[in-house]
Design a protein around this ligand. Structure first.
Ligand code: NAP
Length: 477
């Protein structure tokens, strides 16, 4: 008997899992999605300018290459349309329960009991968590936030009913989301004040449209799309990964970013404000060619003094008040709180949040000791700063698929604590090489300084490790 599978989340990962099950002829699964639509982060992040800085032909499933991409770097509506297309083409849409937020997943000794808000638990043999790392907005704790009289929202909860045209807008934060939305907002706002706490390293994004000829070629020239995708993958792996791992391209990345800054920001005072004082890669490198020109506009000001409070009329620093009609919090996500707020209970009543008190961890980022038949997609230490997350998701889904034959007939598979310990040792050793260590502050780390989000190795290694048969690392329980 094939196992009954609960997939939590209908973003890139959850859809990939559902599609691979369909391909294998396993129809006994349900996808639980808390929102009223699919797409995960690509549904949530609809701010003006939202897009991906990984090229379209790589930021897509290997089994569903898409010749119709209109740009080298896809924008949010096109990525969402791609995911909708995949859900329909592979027949998984009918298996998604929308507006179904999972609050609890508890192992009862035999099966998993999955509960959605207020409902009765439903029993499953396998649970695949695919809730993402960047799904819960982090609002800052600035005094006076509730007193602001204008419109205020997080970048991932963009208020499309609020028109910024002709308004005074304050953007708090200057990370990847801010870098994408600032150019679009600056075009329409009367004034835009950017509150930057830490400058980021920025390299150019060589975006371009794919004309009809290129799209036809991708569709009809045998092997072209595959070769192009492979080239982008190898280029990112061969140039960007070494920069993060202290390798040959580290100085090149710095030079590229400083050159980009010099080329795009003529004002030396602004350039000084935008020059980071930490190594490139320490925080996510921004890949964008519209951000700096937007910051150089006459109607845009970059403020670097710390914000002291929000007033009913705007944002205040120790130096001056900045009146605003709109505040956009581009302040990131609660990225280290994996799976939260879902309560996950494993064997013998083990609480996952308690087990993870020292920092979330999972074997291959996928499996957790004492939690049989539970699998995570985009789990701890599987985020990348240099290549496509879709690649990692496909590796993880492939691993779950390899585990499934061991789970039929009510059998349960759990990663051995020794395998987890060996994995931790391997990760720590690899992590020591990476740029994210001491002196770096980013969303990749817990408050205690443990890097819980990023994968520290090359991605081909991750593919090899996840492709291993589960026999050695797992045990039947
Ligand atoms: P983020 O990178 O975490 O940036 C948050 C920004 O808000 C930072 O500039 C941060 O400053 C600032 N901030 C936070 N709290 C603040 C406070 N209390 N006062 C002032 N400033 C504050 O978040 P994000 O820009 O939403 O991006 C998150 C991740 O999403 C990215 O790293 C990337 O992985 C992904 N993303 C990807 C793309 C893409 O093209 N692929 C696009 C958008 C997002 P500090 O740096 O000082 O903390």
């Amino acid at each position: 008997m094939t196992p009954k599978v609960a997939i939590i989340g209908a973003g890139f990962g959850g859809l990939c899992m559902a599609i691979r099950l369909e391909m294998a002829g396993i129809g006994s699964y349900t996808v639980f999605e808390k929102a009223d639509g699919l797409g995960g982060t690509w549904r949530d992040n609809s701010y003006p300018g939202a897009g991906c800085d990984i090229p379209s032909h790589l930021y897509s499933y290997s089994f569903e290459k898409y010749a119709s991409w209109t740009r080298r770097y896809p924008e949010q509506p096109e990525i969402l349309a791609y995911l909708e297309h995949c859900a329909d083409k592979y027949g998984v849409r009918g298996k998604i329960k929308f507006n179904a937020e999972v609050t609890d997943a508890a192992f009862d000794g035999t099966r998993w009991q999955v509960t959605t808000g207020g409902g009765e638990p439903e029993a499953f043999d396998v649970v695949v968590m695919s809730v993402g790392q960047l799904n819960r907005p982090r609002l800052p704790a600035i005094p006076g936030m509730d007193d602001f009289e204008g419109a205020a929202f997080h970048s991932a909860r963009w208020d499309h009913g609020h028109d910024v045209t002709g308004r005074r807008v304050a953007v708090i934060g200057s990370g990847s989301s801010a870098a994408q939305l600032i150019p679009r907002v600056a075009e329409r706002a009367e004034r835009l004040t950017v509150f930057q706490r830490t400058p980021n390293w920025v390299i150019p994004k060589p975006d371009a449209e794919f004309g009809a000829g290129a799209r036809l070629a991708f569709r009809y020239v045998p092997g072209l799309q595959r070769a192009y995708r492979e080239w982008i993958y190898r280029y990112a792996e061969g140039t960007l990964y070494p920069a993060l791992a202290g390798g040959w391209s580290r100085d090149l990345l710095r030079k590229r970013a400083l050159g980009h800054l010099r080329d795009q920001v003529p004002d030396p005072e602004l350039r000084a404000k935008l020059t980071p004082g930490y190594p490139p890669g320490c925080k996510r490198v921004i890949i964008d060619s519209a951000f700096y020109p937007a910051l150089s506009r006459d109607n845009v000001e970059v403020v670097t003094e710390p914000i002291s409070r929000i007033t009913p009329k705007g944002v205040e620093t120790a130096r001056a008040p900045y009146e605003a009609d709109t505040i956009v919090y581009a302040t990131g996500f609660r990225a280290t709180e994996f799976l939260s707020p879902i309560r996950v209970t494993g064997r013998a009543g083990r609480d996952l949040a308690e087990q993870w008190a020292g920092g979330p961890e999972a074997y291959l980022g996928i499996s957790v000791p004492h939690f049989p038949n539970l699998f995570l997609l985009y789990g701890p230490n599987t985020n990348l700063g240099h290549n496509s997350i879709v690649f990692m998701l496909e590796c993880q889904v492939g691993h779950v698929m390899a585990c499934l034959p061991h789970l039929s007939g009510g059998r349960r598979l759990e990663v051995r604590p020794e395998a987890m310990a060996a994995w931790r040792t391997q990760l720590d050793a690899a992590m020591a090489r990476m740029v994210w260590g001491d002196g770096c502050q980013s969303w990749y780390k817990t408050a205690e300084g443990r890097v819980t989000n990023n994968w520290p190795g090359p991605t081909p290694l991750y593919r090899r490790l996840t492709a291993r048969p589960p026999r050695a690392a797992y045990r039947q329980v």
